[in-house]
Design a binder for this molecule. Structure first.
Ligand code: DAT
Ligand code: MG
Length: 153
């Protein structure tokens, strides 16, 4: 089905570096459909919930400090295999290992400031969980993009 939804976030470094538009363009041009967006500042409580799986890691405090350090663009993107496709477009977690052509590989050089978050496709339910954490159902929009018949046969 073409309506899989995934949670994507342009992190504080992307906002400060003026990369939000570029990130949106890449996903948009791929044929993925924007279903929701929220420009916001993440507080400590939300950061703790969002990164709960990493709470025992040595980098956790640094991670929470970074993600709460400035505004982010939180988004929901929809499309066929959206979760895995976004992860592929993001590239490896460490931008130094990410392939050119990926978002992290084209714009980042530091593991701690890696520009974009996308739900983990290897963690079943992570996409739904993260969408629910950041968005109310009525903040997500169902609509058709006019190019859909040209993206999906
Ligand atoms: P991803 O964001 O690719 O899903 P992750 O879930 O393993 O990666 O980690 C979440 C974020 O934490 C990641 O985007 C950057 C940071 N991070 C991961 N591993 C790290 C490490 N070893 N040192 C510092 N920061 C790290
Ligand atoms: Mg992850």
């Amino acid at each position: 089905s073409n309506d899989e939804r995934t949670f994507v976030m342009a992190k504080p470094d992307a906002v400060q570096r003026g990369l939000v538009g570029t990130i949106i363009s890449r996903l948009e041009e791929r044929g993925l459909k924007l279903a929701g967006a929220k420009f916001m500042q993440i507080d400590e409580e939300l950061a703790n919930q969002h990164y709960a799986e990493h709470q025992d890691k040595p980098f956790f405090d640094e991670l929470v400090a970074f993600i709460t350090s400035g505004p982010v663009m939180a988004m929901v993107w929809e499309g066929a295999d959206a979760t895995r496709q976004v992860r592929q477009m993001m590239g490896a977690t460490d931008p130094k290992e990410a392939q050119p052509g990926t978002i992290r590989g084209d714009f980042g050089l530091d593991l701690g400031q890696n520009i974009i978050h996308g739900s983990d496709h290897e963690d079943p339910g992570a996409n739904e969980r993260e969408i629910d954490l950041f968005f109310d159902e009525e903040e997500l929009v169902d609509y058709e993009r006019s190019d859909e018949p040209w993206v999906y046969e």
